[in-house]
Write a protein of this length. Structure first.
Length: 219
C-alpha cells in the first residue's frame, strides 16, 4: 500500500489533522476497501506519526461515518449495502433540490463559473477519478452549505459519506455523463432558473441510481 509519510516536525494537532486527511483520502480513494480493519500501530508507522494523532484521526473518521467499531478497541472501514445506497439516493432527490432553492442568490457567480470551467476541462481529459470526485464533492456540497440551513447541510454531508463508500460506483463510466449533468444544473442555477436547476438535479441523481443498478446487474 502506497502512502505518504507525514512531517514529524509538525505540532501534534497538525499531525492529527494530516493523519485525518490522509487516512480519509485512503478510504475514499479505495486504497482501504470496505471491511478493511484499521490497524492503528501499522498506519502510524506508515505515516510516520505516533499513535496519539493516529488515534485522534481514527476517532474523527468514526464520528464522520467512514469507520465503524469492529470490536472493543478496533475499527474497520464501513461497509454500505446496495439498499442503503439506493435509499440514500431517494433522500437526495428530496434534499438537494431544496438546497438549490435555498441557495439561490447566495453563491457568487465567479465560484459557479470556475466550477463550470473545471468540469469542461475534466470532460476533455483522460479519466481521472480523483479529480472527478473532487468536482463532484464541490458541486453537491456547495448548494447545501450555501442554503443557510445547518441541519440540511449536515444531513447532506452524512449522505455523501454513505454514497461515496458504496463500492460498485464506476467513476470512469460516469465522468462524461456527470459533466453534462453537472453543467445542466449549474447553468440553470446561474441563469436564475431555479425550477430548471431543481429538475436537473433530480434527473442527475436518478441517473446515478439507474447506472449503479445497471452495474449491479452486470449491464
Amino acid at each position: 500500500m502506497k502512502t505518504s509519510r507525514l512531517k514529524s516536525s509538525a505540532p501534534a494537532k497538525s499531525l492529527a489533522e494530516q493523519a485525518y486527511d490522509t487516512l480519509g483520502g485512503m478510504i475514499l480513494g479505495r486504497q482501504l476497501s470496505s471491511g478493511t480493519f484499521i490497524v492503528e500501530e501499522r498506519l502510524a508507522h506508515q505515516l510516520n506519526v505516533s499513535r496519539t494523532p493516529m488515534r485522534e484521526a481514527i476517532l474523527r473518521l468514526a464520528a464522520q461515518g467512514l469507520l465503524v467499531r469492529a470490536g472493543t478497541r478496533s475499527y474497520a472501514v464501513r461497509t454500505v449495502s446496495a439498499a442503503e445506497f439506493f435509499q440514500s439516493h431517494k433522500v437526495r432527490e428530496w434534499l438537494e433540490p431544496e438546497a438549490i432553492e435555498l441557495a439561490a442568490g447566495k453563491i457568487p457567480h465567479a465560484l459557479v463559473d470556475d466550477l463550470c470551467c473545471q468540469i469542461r476541462v475534466l470532460a476533455g481529459a483522460e479519466v481521472q477519478e480523483r479529480a472527478h470526485w473532487q468536482i463532484d464533492d464541490r458541486l453537491h456540497t456547495m448548494f447545501a452549505e450555501a442554503s443557510g440551513n445547518l441541519i440540511l447541510a449536515r444531513i447532506a454531508s452524512d449522505i455523501r459519506v454513505t454514497t461515496r463508500l458504496f463500492e460498485i460506483s464506476n467513476a470512469g463510466r460516469r465522468v462524461k455523463k456527470d459533466g453534462e449533468e453537472h453543467l445542466a444544473i449549474l447553468e440553470a442555477f446561474q441563469s436564475g432558473d431555479i425550477k430548471r436547476a431543481r429538475r436537473a438535479m433530480v434527473k442527475h441523481i436518478r441517473n446515478l441510481s439507474a447506472d449503479t443498478a445497471a452495474i449491479l446487474q452486470g449491464l
